[in-house]
Design a protein around this ligand. Structure first.
Ligand SMILES: Cc1ncc(COP(=O)(O)O)c(C=O)c1O
Length: 500
């Protein structure tokens, strides 16, 4: 290295310094122990919800980067002292907020290996195993969930890809649907070239990522029709059909329907077959978003929700929610991959290579928004091989049993009411004294730091809606004692509110 180079890296006089092999091995072992201490016990010493005030974490750290490199021990000391108290602990067994983002030993180690390998799998040719393991794992997962065969890459024309999130899966499928409906004119000429307005449909219980995708696709949030639901919060297919007919009569161009397997608020399962028969008849792209509930289909008893999936165009679920694979890991399958690839592909000279030109390989850059991609398949491959299908089934069933136990406790409590019957592992309930009491109950439980719950608003069956508490079970190390502890806190606060 020249003197000038050294100076521009580190400032005059200082020496550039990589972590050497000895340090890497020593700190690496210490860091694995650190993570193990955290996951297997340490996490429970922290309040589940961070008590940090806005700006507090930043105020404890230097405002400017260090001029000279620091010792690794100093970095870890700040991690313990400043970062950990600033975290809300999603891996705490009394984490019951939103949906889980559960993880596992094999997944963490798979992710670590992916970081160590540091390969870039944008093209097959930039690291063949990165692509081929991913294609294989996605076919394995399709088999494990017993998805219709059309979604597997062999024999094709379908196939699976790992995206970062379900939001990306919905976004890229919406783009493909938009293009298929406009014969790729909007891809070439822009949306202005389309004389009739494109519209899409989902239920009023669908995740906000669909509305966001409409904004990003240039189709406009107002062009997303929010279809009504039945009293179980499932999309009403006759309302969908009516909406489509009205739009067609008005000169609109319906291009995309998103059905949900496991809505965010209450884990309602939309009737895919009935919806698929409508989209099939009108030639509309059907995307099925199973972000959370999709993992349950690893167990045969929950596969009924896949009914009709063979008529859908795309299906997605998140192993990073409930399949012990740490964030980020989303699985997206296409019944026919060609419309997606055609929508997203661009071939600059610097990426040209013989393998791509042979047509015999998959280049996953054409299936996603970014060019570059990590070896995410490795953690899923580790998880599937370590647990096996039977191991994963046992864990899912354990969580459903715990949720059913929790639901019984709520039902038996005099001042709590179920807001809707439990779906899989999500129980929604409220205090009988109404919204203000339910909201206060939620705040009081979360303030204890011993459990974390979240909320939503749900239709009350009388045309109104109410504030409800969601208790979502699915943390990797949750046991019955944790569920009982959470309920004990809820019951104590509910009784206190009732006595007032
Ligand atoms: C039904 C549904 N779809 C999509 C998402 C978004 O997931 P992601 O964070 O992977 O984009 C969620 C998140 O909870 C969800 O519940």
């Amino acid at each position: 290295m020249s003197e000038t180079q050294r100076e521009s890296w580190t400032g005059s006089g200082a020496t550039a310094h990589h972590m050497d092999e000895g340090e890497f091995r020593r700190f690496g072992k210490e860091m694995i122990d650190w993570v193990a201490d955290y996951l297997y016990g340490g996490v429970e010493k922290h309040p589940v919800q961070s008590r940090a005030a806005p700006g507090e974490v930043r105020s404890m750290l230097p405002g400017r980067p260090p001029r000279e490199g620091e010792g690794f021990k100093d970095i870890i000391s700040d991690l313990d002292r400043i970062v950990l108290p600033g975290l809300t602990h999603w891996q705490h067994p009394n984490w019951h907020g939103y949906f889980p983002a559960n993880t596992s030993g094999p997944s963490i180690l798979g992710d670590l290996v992916a970081s160590g390998l540091g390969v870039q799998g944008m093209l097959w040719s930039t690291s063949p195993a990165c692509t081929e393991v991913e294609t294989l794992v996605m076919d394995w997962m399709a088999q494990a969930l017993e998805l219709p065969e059309c979604y597997q890459s062999v024999p094709g024309p379908g196939g699976g890809v790992i995206q970062d999130t379900a939001s990306s899966a919905s976004f890229v499928t919406l783009l493909a649907a938009r293009e298929r409906a406009t014969d790729w004119r909007s891809n070439r000429e822009g949306l202005g070239a389309i004389d009739r307005r494109l519209v899409a449909y989902t239920s009023n219980q669908a995740h906000s990522s669909i509305a966001k995708a409409m904004k990003m696709a240039g189709m406009g949030e107002d062009q997303l029709r929010l279809v009504g639901v039945d009293d179980g919060h499932r999309m009403d297919p006759s309302a969908l059909e009516e909406c489509i007919r009205r739009d067609l009569a008005d000169g609109h161009l319906p291009c995309y329907v998103c059905a949900t397997l496991g809505t965010t608020s209450s884990v309602a399962i939309d009737p895919v077959r009935e919806i698929a028969e409508i989209t099939d008849a009108h030639g509309i792209w059907l995307h099925v978003d199973g972000a959370f509930a999709g993992a349950a289909a690893i167990c045969p008893e929950y596969r009924g929700m896949h009914e009709g999936l063979e008529l859908a165009d795309s299906y997605t679920f998140n192993p990073h929610k409930w399949l012990f694979t740490n964030f980020d890991c989303n699985c997206l399958w296409l019944r026919d991959r060609e419309p997606l690839v055609r929508t997203l592909t661009v071939m600059p000279e610097y990426l040209r290579n013989e393998a791509s030109e042979s047509g015999r390989v998959i280049d996953y850059r054409d299936w996603q928004v970014p060019l570059g991609r990590r070896f995410r398949a490795l953690k899923l491959w580790f998880v599937m091989r370590f647990y096996g299908i039977e191991g994963l089934q046992a864990l899912i069933r354990h969580h459903v049993e715990l949720a059913s136990h929790f639901e019984r406790l709520v039902e038996e409590h005099p001042s709590l009411e179920l807001s809707t019957p439990r779906n899989l592992t999500l129980t929604c309930f409220h205090h009988q004294d109404g919204d203000a009491a339910t909201e206060e109950l939620l705040k009081a439980v979360n303030a204890t730091g011993d459990a974390y719950l979240s909320h939503t608003r749900l239709g009350d069956g009388d045309g109104g809606d109410r504030f409800v508490i969601r208790v979502s079970i699915g943390q990797s190390r949750i046991e019955r004692e944790h569920v009982d502890r959470a309920f004990e806190l809820i019951a104590r606060e509910a009784d206190r509110l009732s006595r007032r």
